[in-house]
Design a protein around this ligand. Structure first.
Ligand code: UD1
Ligand code: BG6
Length: 371
């Protein structure tokens, strides 16, 4: 049921304030006068000790689910102190990469049925790793076959391009970081700030959704382009990859997410007056580096669209004309949840304006159950 919306993807983008609320329901404890704020993930609480003792956390997934894990990686590393590595499920299988008994492997999958992710799970089970699932589908193969896990509870997602599952996955993995790290006293203040940020997140997403018309206008400008680059780094490297994935999979426009730190190692050669480039430059520890990236792209006459924190338009656009998308600021590790929304809206509007099928893009399936 699409309700008042024309497409499921549109509905699912706009219901993110509600889906995020459901994802967090019953899992954030506000704390009392003497009790600290904390996170309770019923599905993994009995395994936290084992996870804390593991030598490595390995995230495994495909497509958008992989990107969500990439967005959460920095906060996992920060709060747990455990090395976190990333695996695209098919690539882990192709390489038969090393997985050990001392590893915690985390399988991220909206459907819980993706063939490569499922096969990677079998492989990790054979190798004796602790297997944790993060899925949206109760009773799915990945939910059943993992040792433990967390349901993201985002509600049924119908659009082939994943939107609300992505933001709920990031939130669940941030909560996972909080839960694993909860025995470290020195990061108590940081964890409480993130929990406060989680409580505020649905209202901040509601705020960023108000940019809908602005993104439709931008889509109108970009409708006939051949290609769109998206630059990000740090917490928002994942935003660049996921934003580009959304644009290419539904609007059928070539798009590439680029790690801004790699700009000089190839991508800079593409920059000219015509190619549109989105630069994600919201406030965090990488902000000044992104300002410098913007200046260098300006110097090569790049056609820039800068995503920045509300109030920063003047400081990100010095010395050149550029379009800005101003977004509300949240705790740095949660910013990817906000920043993906304008790019979801852009992909959606580009698709409708270009006349393609939004909910069932050409050649793609919601759940890829064959290899
Ligand atoms: C559970 C109930 C929820 C109830 C709540 C009350 C279910 C599905 N969830 O939520 O309805 O309101 O208790 O306390 O009945 N699991 C995996 N792999 C996965 C995902 C989950 O093994 O990929 C396991 C978990 O380890 C757990 C169970 O499935 O044993 C349910 O997980 P989850 O729904 O996340 O647990 P709760 O949030 O505690
Ligand atoms: C397919 C979907 O390619 O599978 C994507 O079209 C999704 O939206 C990917 O990200 C992985 O699916 P899942 O269910 O394992 O998260």
């Amino acid at each position: 049921n699409k309700g008042n919306y024309e497409h499921y993807m549109q509905k699912e983008i706009h219901e993110q304030p509600e889906s995020l609320t459901t994802t967090m329901r019953g899992r954030l404890l506000r704390g009392g006068s003497s009790k600290a704020k904390s996170v309770l993930l019923g599905g993994i609480k009995d395994h936290l000790k084992t996870i804390r003792r593991s030598r490595r956390i390995v995230f495994i997934g495909c497509g958008t689910s992989y990107n969500a894990a990439l967005a959460a990686r920095p906060i996992l590393e920060e709060l747990t102190g455990i090395p976190v590595t990333m695996e695209i499920a098919s690539d882990l299988l192709d390489r038969q990469g090393p997985i050990y008994r001392e590893d915690t492997t985390v399988f991220v999958s909206q459907s819980g049925e993706t063939a490569d992710t499922l096969q990677a799970l079998e492989y990790a089970l054979e190798n004796g790793a602790l297997c944790v699932g993060i899925t949206n589908t109760v009773g799915s193969a990945i939910a059943r076959n993992t040792h433990c896990g967390v349901h993201i509870n985002a509600g049924c997602e119908i659009g082939v391009a994943s939107t609300k599952a992505y933001t709920s996955q990031i939130v669940v993995m941030a909560m996972l970081a909080l839960a694993i790290g909860s025995d470290t006293i020195s990061s108590q203040a940081r964890r409480e700030a993130i929990i406060d940020g989680l409580f505020d997140l649905p209202s901040k997403v509601r705020e960023v959704l108000k940019l809908d018309q602005e993104l439709k206008d931008l889509a109108n400008l970009l409708i006939a382009e051949q290609s769109l680059l998206v630059f990000g780094r740090g917490y928002n490297y994942a935003t660049a990859l996921e934003g580009a994935l959304k644009v290419k999979e539904v609007s059928l426009m070539h798009s590439e997410g680029i790690l801004a730190g790699e700009m000089k190692h190839g991508p800079l050669a593409l920059v000219d007056e015509t190619l549109p480039i989105v630069v994600v430059a919201t406030r965090d520890a990488c902000f000044s580096k992104q300002q410098s990236v913007i200046q260098q792209l300006h110097a090569r006459k790049g056609r820039l669209i800068v995503m920045c924190t509300k109030g920063d338009a003047a400081s990100v656009c010095v010395g050149g004309a550029c379009r800005v998308i101003e977004v509300p600021r949240v705790e740095d590790c949660l910013q990817p949840v906000i920043n993906i929304v304008p790019l979801q809206l852009l992909a959606y509007h580009l698709t409708v304006l270009r006349g393609y099928n939004v909910d069932q893009p050409r050649n793609l399936a919601k759940s890829v159950t064959t290899q």
